[in-house]
Design a protein around this ligand. Structure first.
Ligand code: ATP
Ligand code: MG
Length: 233
């Protein structure tokens, strides 16, 4: 691939800090943290429990706002957008995968994936066709009409990956996407996520505690004391 420094910036965090205030207690989670994620780049973020990994991902995805500093998503500074504009940009540019699948329990696998497109006003027939294609790509062509409760943990995460990718996002933000799977399934699901992301030249920001999985990404960063550092052994 071309020199990464020439690739377009997808997400940029400039000197962001995040404090949570509750009553008299203040928790400083992130301090003047900066990060740039470029087109097609895969970045793993490691860090102890409570170090602020989920907080960072929420800020990068515009789901929460920093106490100071700015987040820019595809050249738009999120703080300058209205809630509706932010929501639209988020839907167009990003896909999210969580530790627990967050699928809708009363909908089948294909409907859970198709919904992401229906929200974007894609016709019902087209949404279904694309959802089936994505589910087939993640090896679930035989599970299209199963409910989440009828799927294994690994299968549910594969549906969640299909849902995150079906809208062709520029970047996928994944928070411990294999955190509740056993080692074998974790490897399968993670490789699938990476393969699908790379096939689409999407970027990926992955939070994981698993160094072996992190090593498969282009860059590995450690969140420590509110800041990102290159990973050292
Ligand atoms: N809404 C909130 N109000 C107050 N404190 C919060 C809030 N959300 C998170 N925190 C605190 O911020 C810190 C970072 O939390 P965060 O969830 O980002 O950590 P994490 O690195 O994702 O941890 P884990 O690996 O356990 O998921 C923790 O100390 C947590 O208690
Ligand atoms: Mg977390």
């Amino acid at each position: 691939m071309s020199d990464p420094s020439f690739r377009a910036s997808i997400i940029r965090a400039d000197q962001i800090s995040k404090r949570y205030e509750s009553g008299i207690a203040t928790t400083q989670v992130l301090t003047d943290l900066s990060l740039e994620v470029r087109e097609g780049e895969t970045v793993a973020i490691l860090g102890a429990s409570g170090s602020g990994k989920s907080t960072l991902l929420h800020l990068l995805g515009g789901l929460d706002t920093p106490s100071s500093g700015s987040v820019t998503l595809q050249r738009a500074e999120l703080a300058n957008l209205s809630e509706a504009e932010r929501c639209k940009l988020r839907n167009e540019a990003l896909g999210f995968v969580y530790q627990f699948h967050h699928l809708l329990g009363e909908y089948t696998a294909v409907d859970n994936v198709a919904i992401a497109l229906r929200i974007r006003r894609v016709s019902s027939a087209d949404a279904r066709t694309q959802a089936e294609k994505l589910l087939t790509a993640v090896g679930l062509s035989h599970r299209l009409h199963h409910l989440p409760s009828e799927l294994s943990g690994g299968e549910r995460q594969r549906v969640a990956i299909a849902r995150a990718l079906v809208t062709s996002p520029k970047c996928v933000l994944a928070d411990e996407p294999t955190g509740n799977l056993d080692t074998e399934n974790s490897d399968i699901v993670f490789n699938l996520l990476l393969e699908q992301v790379r096939e689409r030249a999407a970027a990926l920001v992955l939070v994981t505690h698993d160094r072996a999985l992190a090593a498969k990404c282009d860059r590995q960063l450690m969140l420590r004391k509110g800041q990102l550092e290159p990973l050292t052994d």
